[in-house]
Design a binder for this molecule. Structure first.
Ligand SMILES: [Fe+2]
Ligand SMILES: [Fe+2]
Length: 278
């Protein structure tokens, strides 16, 4: 090869390598990431992927939940770029095309970014979300028409029964809601109680202190006057398990944890009112 031609090719390769660097870095990172599976309540599985680059050195987890029944439901789709990881993990529990329902807490990439990938993989699956979310996002975004769920409406999954509860703007998102699985008393609480780290899949320890610390760091909640009472109303369900999207699943007195979290949000609001910020 002519020296000039070799030089041009080397230059071109270097240019491409630089341009593709973020992609190669992500691909490398995804290759080393793994999705761990734990059963957090009877027939409810947590699929958890830890990302050490977010909020280092503690890192951050992204969790999806599979609720098994005659009509299996997945809560959260995971990020679109994590789809291969989550698909492979789910396939270790059931064949992904058996999924019948895809639900999530609010419209955001980690909650529903991979929805259409899942819908393509599971031809019988239907996305399900609250009225606001369907009206403002899913009717356009989802490749298949969504099932609109009213506040407190239930779906019988055959062996499991889930209830959709509207929690607008709590912790964020106009369309926000949570799912409650009645037979196991598991509250799939999405971003509520978000915390850093990846110490274990389940805990019976403190989930409120780490959630307060994460709120101080991320400031991810849309503080609003109804927030405390919205969270407090969930405590009436007396959940036995709180399935956190970002953190471990908590087993214990879910009502007390929800009340303590509600109190902390009330405190944040009163602090802002006192200093005239709202
Ligand atoms: Fe969120
Ligand atoms: Fe989230």
């Amino acid at each position: 090869m002519q020296p000039t031609r070799a030089r041009t090719l080397r230059k071109r390769w270097r240019k491409r390598a630089v341009a593709n660097w973020p992609l190669r870095r992500l691909a490398k990172r995804i290759k080393v990431m793994e999705t761990k599976i734990s059963e957090i309540a009877e027939g409810i599985y947590r699929l958890s992927t830890y990302v050490s680059d977010i909020a280092p050195p503690a890192g951050f987890t992204f969790n999806q939940f599979l609720v098994l029944g005659d009509e299996p439901l997945m809560f959260h789709t995971g990020l679109r770029k994590m789809f291969p990881l989550n698909r492979d993990a789910l396939n270790r529990i059931i064949e992904a095309d058996r999924l019948r329902w895809i639900a999530f807490g609010h419209f955001e990439a980690d909650e529903c970014g991979a929805m259409n990938e899942w819908l393509a993989l599971a031809p019988q699956a239907t996305p399900a979300h609250g009225q606001t979310g369907c009206m403002v996002s899913l009717n356009d975004f989802a490749d298949r028409a969504p099932r609109v769920m009213n506040d407190n409406e239930t779906i019988d999954l055959g062996g499991k029964r889930i209830r959709f509860i509207d929690t607008p703007h709590t912790p964020h998102g106009w369309d926000a809601g949570v799912l409650y699985e009645e037979t196991t008393r598991t509250l799939l609480c999405g971003d509520l109680f978000t915390q850093l780290g990846n110490e274990r899949a389940m805990t019976d320890g403190d989930v409120v202190g780490p959630a307060i610390a994460a709120e101080d760091i991320f400031k991810y909640s849309s503080l609003n006057p109804g927030m405390g009472s919205t969270i407090r109303s969930l405590s009436k369900l007396a959940p036995r398990t709180l399935a956190l999207m970002h953190g471990p699943a908590f087993v214990g007195d879910g009502a007390a944890a929800l009340e303590a979290l509600a109190d902390d949000y009330d405190r944040r609001l009163s602090d802002l009112v006192r200093v005239g910020r709202i």
